[in-house]
Write a new protein. Structure first.
Length: 166
C-alpha cells in the first residue's frame, strides 16, 4: 500500500504544469523542473520499428523497480515536452509533441500519468537496447539507466485526439 501511494504521489507531482510563457514544465515530488533533453538526460540509441524511438534515460527510486518506472515516466514526459535528440544508428531527432505552453492540460496529464496510468501503453523496456545499469545513488536511492522503446507516433496520435497537440 505504501509503495502504491508513493508511486501515485510521484506520478501526480511529476506532471504538475508550471505556468510559464515560454515553455512547458513538469515537476517531480522534489520540485525538479523538466524542460529540456539535457535535464531528462535522454539519449537516442537507434531507430526502432516505424513510429518508435529507442532511447536511454535514467530513473531514480527507492527500489530498482521504482527507478525503472521513474525512467518510463520521464521517457514519455520527455517525448511530450522536449522531444528526443538525434542519435546513433540513424536515430532521427523527434520534436516535442506538446508545444503549446498555454494549453490547459494539467487534468488530462494528471490522469494520464497516474500510477499504472495510460502512459505505460506507450513505453516498454527495449528488447533491442534492453541493457540496464543499476547503481545506488545513496543508501536509500537506486539509479537505473535503461533502454526504452517509446511509441512516439501512437503517443502523438492520442495527444492530438485529446486536443493537446496539433
Amino acid at each position: 500500500m505504501r509503495k502504491s501511494i508513493k508511486i501515485l504521489m510521484m506520478a501526480l507531482a511529476a506532471m504538475l504544469i508550471a505556468g510559464g510563457a515560454s515553455s512547458i514544465q513538469a515537476k517531480d515530488k522534489k520540485g525538479l523542473k523538466y524542460n529540456s533533453t539535457t535535464e531528462y538526460n535522454a539519449e537516442s540509441l537507434a531507430k526502432g520499428a516505424p513510429g518508435t524511438n529507442i532511447v536511454r534515460l535514467d530513473g531514480r527510486g527507492e527500489t530498482e523497480d521504482l527507478a525503472i518506472e521513474d525512467a518510463k515516466m520521464k521517457a514519455v514526459a520527455c517525448a511530450l515536452f522536449c522531444g528526443f535528440p538525434s542519435g546513433a544508428n540513424g536515430a532521427e531527432a523527434a520534436p516535442a509533441i506538446i508545444s503549446d505552453p498555454s494549453a490547459d492540460n494539467s487534468k488530462f496529464l494528471a490522469d494520464f500519468f497516474k500510477s499504472g496510468g495510460e502512459y505505460l501503453n506507450y513505453v516498454k523496456i527495449s528488447t533491442t537496447a534492453g541493457s540496464k545499469s543499476v547503481s545506488k545513488a545513496t543508501t536509500k536511492l537506486f539509479k537505473v539507466a535503461i533502454g526504452l522503446d517509446i511509441s512516439y507516433d501512437a503517443l502523438k496520435d492520442v495527444m492530438v485526439k485529446n486536443g493537446l497537440a496539433k
